[in-house]
Design a binder for this molecule. Structure first.
Ligand SMILES: C[S@@+](CC[C@H](N)C(=O)[O-])C[C@H]1O[C@@H](n2cnc3c(N)ncnc32)[C@H](O)[C@@H]1O
Length: 453
């Protein structure tokens, strides 16, 4: 269970000051995650911080951009701040978050220095617990602005300061130092906007001004609001990282087949299965997330049987032609989009989730009919959540065999297939980390077939 944030009354925010509420929401969400509620996702912390403030869409987007930039370069930003603070980094999450969000605006976002400094100082003055530190906030942020070039020049290896040690160690051990460095560099670049189209990808590539990837998805360069793009209202496509679309391509659902999607919400993969003409049973234990799935399917004019349940408790008397298990995981493969993950997850989370994945995989195996297919996938870079799960399953359950992937299944990209024939995408694939706007989410997926009853 995610830890609860500690609540204290929010400081009064003057609504007549443009951009102040957005800064408050960003600072407060970052403080929540740097403090005791480390297990929360940034999206949830932002929603909590914005409650009652009724931010306009533009302000909400600005709050998200500031908080995301803060976590994307948290290691560099805190190192730069520590060098400019006589007593080192502050222990108070509220103060640290104020300095980090202020620095992120100055160093990484197109915010005028005076606005970043002034609004940070206003936030300090509005908060009874930070009021007396307003002069310090003012002095430090002004210094960051003055010394911008020196700070940028001092940014070193992304695998060093900007990746928590425990993650850097794991990625070097799993992928080697060069690839681990490429992964860390890709995290600094963020992610493109990929969409999955229902049909006629060529025509939609033209209409959206996107590029067709060999993997099947369209990659868009712009950063416009998704809901304003052509085809959104009519449900012609949905947002989904190109790597996230691959597990269903491996499952290859056929019209009329019964398919179970065991951890389905918010439904990107359910939509793919339904669009292929299969009868999909979409299961998730989160009713709130399933509401999003329902809304997504309605927009796309697709249908599924939606079941709110713990997948572990599903009846086993009517097994499926194909089963997809997109298991809950540490999500370390999505750090380009969710840089908070690198700083809020721990090694303990990985081990705890690996236990749940094992139980879900056993359940998914029992729900697969003889001759049926099972795809297991996670958006994690960690071996315990990927290859180790499959090796263990195959060792304890003789009914399944792996179906090694042919590069044709992944647009000819043989580098996305590991030595066992499973899918292993990395943020550094497709040019991620090279400064040319490439990259993929880090996904693991394995296609299995039930050969014995
Ligand atoms: C990685 S997300 C799924 C993403 C989804 N497949 C998609 O493509 O949009 C994992 C999901 O598993 C759900 N979940 C976690 N434990 C579960 C369980 N025991 N039974 C059913 N759903 C579970 C979570 O609520 C979460 O929505």
């Amino acid at each position: 269970m995610a830890p609860r944030p500690t609540h204290r009354n929010p400081p009064p925010i003057d609504p007549s000051v443009p951009g102040l509420a957005a800064r408050h929401v960003a600072q407060s969400a970052v403080a929540t995650l740097l403090g005791p509620a480390r297990g929360l996702a940034l999206e949830d912390a932002l929603a909590q911080a914005g409650r009652g403030l009724h931010l306009e869409l533009g302000d909400a987007a600005l709050a998200r951009a500031i908080a995301t930039a803060s976590f994307r370069r948290l290691g560099f930003l805190t190192a730069a701040l520590a060098e400019r603070l006589r007593d080192g980094l502050p222990q108070k999450p509220d103060l640290l978050a104020l300095l980090v969000t202020g620095s992120a605006q100055i160093l990484d976002l197109a915010v005028a220095d005076h606005a970043a400094v002034d609004l940070s100082v206003r936030l300090a003055k509005a908060d009874p617990q930070l009021q007396h530190l307003a002069p310090l906030v003012n002095a430090v942020l002004r210094r960051v602005a003055r010394e911008r070039d020196a700070i940028r020049a001092g940014e070193d290896d992304p695998l060093g300061r900007n990746t928590p040690d425990w993650l850097a160690r794991r990625w070097v051990a799993t992928y080697g130092e060069e690839t681990a460095r490429g992964i860390a560099a890709a995290h600094l670049e963020g992610a493109a906007l990929d969409v999955t189209v229902r049909e006629d990808a060529e025509a939609w590539a033209d209409k959206l001004g996107g590029r067709r990837l060999a993997l099947g998805s369209l990659r868009l360069e712009g950063r416009e609001a998704v809901s304003g793009l052509p085809g959104y209202d009519e449900g012609a496509w949905w947002v989904q990282d190109a790597a996230a679309a691959l597990p269903v391509r491996l499952l290859a659902p056929r019209p009329g087949e019964r398919v179970a999607d065991l951890c389905a919400a918010p439904g990107g993969k359910t939509a793919q299965v339904a669009a292929a003409g299969a009868h999909v049973t979409a299961v998730d234990r989160s009713a709130t997330r399933l509401e999003r799935l329902q809304r997504n399917l309605e927009r796309l004019k697709l249908s599924a049987e939606v079941v709110t349940a713990d997948a572990l408790a599903l009846p086993e008397d009517n097994p499926f032609d194909a089963v997809l298990l997109d298991a809950p995981c540490s999500a370390t493969g999505t750090i380009r989009r969710h840089p908070d993950v690198a700083w809020t997850k721990s090694e303990g989370d990985i081990l705890r989730l690996a236990g749940l994945q094992r139980r879900l995989l056993d359940k998914a195996a029992r729900l697969t009919a003889p001759g049926g297919r099972l795809v297991y996938c996670t958006c994690s870079l960690e071996p315990e959540e990927g290859p180790a799960q499959i090796a263990d399953l195959l060792a304890r359950n003789g009914a399944f065999e792996r179906v090694p992937l042919d590069p044709e299944r992944v647009g000819g990209h043989a580098e996305l297939i590991d030595g066992n024939g499973d899918l292993r995408t990395l943020p550094s694939h497709l040019g991620g980390g090279s400064g040319r706007g490439g990259g993929l989410d880090g996904f693991f997926a394995s296609l299995l077939r039930r050969v014995n009853a």
